[in-house]
Every structure is written in C-alpha cells, then in structure tokens.
Design a protein around this ligand. Sequence first.
Ligand code: SAJ
Length: 405
Amino acid sequence: MQKVCVVGLGYIGLPTASIIATKGCQVIGVDTSEFVVKTVGSGGVHIVEPDLETLVKAAVLSGNLTTRTTPTPADVFIIAVPTPIKADKTADLSFVESAVRSIVPVVGKGNLVVVESTIPPGTIEGVVAPILAESGLEIGADLFVAHCPERVLPGRILEELVQNDRVIGGINHESALVARNFYKIFVHGSILMTSARVAEMVKLVENAYRDVNIAFANELSLICEHLGINVWDVIDLANRHPRVNVLRPGPGVGGHCIAVDPWFIIEKAPAQAKLLKAAREVNDLMPEHVVERIASEMANLGVEKPVVASFGLTYKADVDDTRESPAKTVVEQLLKKGFTVRVCDPYVPGFNGLRCCSIAEAVQGADCLALLVDHKEFKEIDMLELTERMRNKVVIDTRGVWDGA
Ligand code: SAJ
C-alpha cells in the first residue's frame, strides 16, 4: 500500500487527500492548524464544497486517512499550501518554502515530491529543489520532484479532480514519469507530461486567459453603459457567431486564483506582460465603478440617506468563499460613503459587523437593490414583486440576472 503525505488540508489538499485515501492509499493529512487536524481527523470538514463531507467521512472511517500537524515518512509527498500575493504584487512563497522544508527530515530515497500549489515560473528549479537537496538526496535521481498544478473549479472540485486532464511537469523526465504513475491512481482525464517550468507557466496562463477575457467583458460593459447600449443583448447576440464567446461582465474578479495568478507572470516579465496588467487593472476597478453607479443613481433621485440592499458577498455564485470578493469591496465602499447597507447572502452569516438578513428584510424600504452575486437563490426571485417593498426602485443588476424584468 502506497503511503502518501499531503501537506496542506485546504480547498485542494483535503479533497485530494480524501480521494487518494478512498483509492486504497494510506494517507497522512498534514496541516499546521490544530483545528483543521482535529476537525478532519474526526471525519469533519472546515470548508464548504459539495459532497466533500461525505467523502472525508468515508476516507477517515476506512482508516486510510489520518491527520497530524507534522509530516511523517511516506512514498509520496503532495504540497498543497496557499501562495498568497504580497503588497508589491509578487508571490509570497513563504508557505510553500516552509512546507517543503518540513518534509526535508522525512524524505527518503525513491520518494516523489509533488508541488500542487500555484507558483511563478522557475520556482521548482530555483526554490523547491535547493531546499529538498538539503536532505542529501540527489534531486531527479534519488528524489523525484514535479509540479502538478491543480485546475479544479470551486463548487465542482470532486468531479474535476478526477475528470480534468492533468499537466505534470517533472524536474526531469524520470520525475514526470514517476508522478504520472502516481496520478493514474485517481485521475481519469489525460495525464500530460512536460517540464516543471512549462507546467508552472501553463497554470498561470489558464487563469490569466480567463482574467483577460473577463476584463474584455467588463470593459465592454463600461463602453455600452457610456453609449446607452444594453451590454447583455450585445453579448448574447455576438456570441451567436461561431467563433465568439464573450464572458459575463460583473462587479469585478474575486477568488484566490484569477485575481492573483496573472501577477505571477507580470512579476517575471513586467515589460512584456502589458495586456495582462491592463486586464488586472480593468477588473480591479469594477467594484469602484459599481459603487459610483449606485451613488450617482441615489444623487440623481436626491436620496439623502440611501439604504442599499446588497445581494451576495461571496466571490462567485453558489459557493461560501468570500476571499478577494469584489462584493465585499462594494459593501465596504458603500459603508465608507455613509450609506446604510443591508447584506443578504444565503451562504454567509455576515460580514464586517453586518449580519446577513433575509431577502425580504433586506429590501424593505430600501432605495437601491444591488445584485452582486448570481446565487441560484437570487435567480429564482420575483424581482418585480420584491421592488414593491422598496422606497425607491433602483435595481443595479451587476450579473445580468434580472435584465429582462
Ligand atoms: N467571473 C466573471 N465573469 C465570468 C466568469 C467569471 O465576472 O464570465 C468572475 C467570477 O464571478 C469570480 C471570478 O471571475 O469573481 C473567478 O471565477 P471563476 O469561476 O472564473 O474561477 P475560480 O477562481 O473559481 O477558479 C479558477 C478556474 N480557472 C479557470 O477557469 C481558468 C479553476 O479551474 C482553477 O483551478 C482555479 O481558478 C484555481 O484554483 O486556480
């Protein structure tokens, strides 16, 4: 039975550890948080993701998934810790470095180390390998090292973890081969082998591609607003062209990936990455634009103390994750302007001292209804009926959900 040590039990590490455990490997889940170790160790979860709890429970009950705060010797080590961004927009590799450092005392000859965390190009060769070399093992010969970036979509993690194709970048060909054989245990998609550097770049490019395309949609919405044209109609009709697929505008780009990863490319090639930087700027300015739009509607109506019902706090629909959420920025800026804000989000208890209220409570006597996240619960609302409860009936639908109405 293969022994696998998964370092980092977050959105990626926990589902990965659990799936591998149900495939008959002995998995040791490692996390520096005592709380996470205890929760997962007793078959619970600390994050919300469809079906994750059932899977974790099954993995723990089978005896194949145990948790601890420090790594133990194993055949395979998977590093799945966060790579945040620093104030200067460069990658903060401190979690990756300390996770790699934590396995140095326990790695042995013939082991495989895989970094799944998103990292700037050159990190496996320039940062990870030198730390692992402190073990005295020869990298690529005694100790196999690879980067296998995760590509799963929050909300569909369990399905995508198994079905998606995986890119495996070895520090040498041997390492890629060893890693491929390991991932075959649970991946049904194709496993594509390449170098560590290419794999690092592939992951960043995927998210930068999406960021640029969302920026295009957002810029289009600004242009159409300026020209008095309905952007949703424009996009729907343009997308009837066989080679056009414009994404959806919104209040900005959130989450810990798309709003962050392009910076890891810009960091390494600032003179060349002009479009990527412009896209980041367009997307980052969207929350401010939404706030200005609300403020100007309120000013036009002469509302003195505006009450805004703000729908949605998470970074996207149907998840509980509020990291880097543009909706939170909108709410914060409205509060700063002295507006009364009522927040409503079925997936979140509250934010910034504000408790989430029901849909009806939020709109009662409000001057503006701002839809910031297209949760399924909001899509089902009869918006016209709801606006009957409002003092002024201004609806700012940043997601194009109620546009027809
Ligand atoms: N968004 C729009 N308009 C759109 C699509 C998205 O405004 O048309 C916004 C969303 O509301 C959200 C943000 O973009 O605020 C990001 O959402 P997302 O669903 O596009 O992506 P994430 O961040 O949940 O997951 C992405 C995925 N990457 C790609 O689709 C290329 C996922 O596959 C990655 O694994 C993940 O990043 C990651 O971990 O890197």
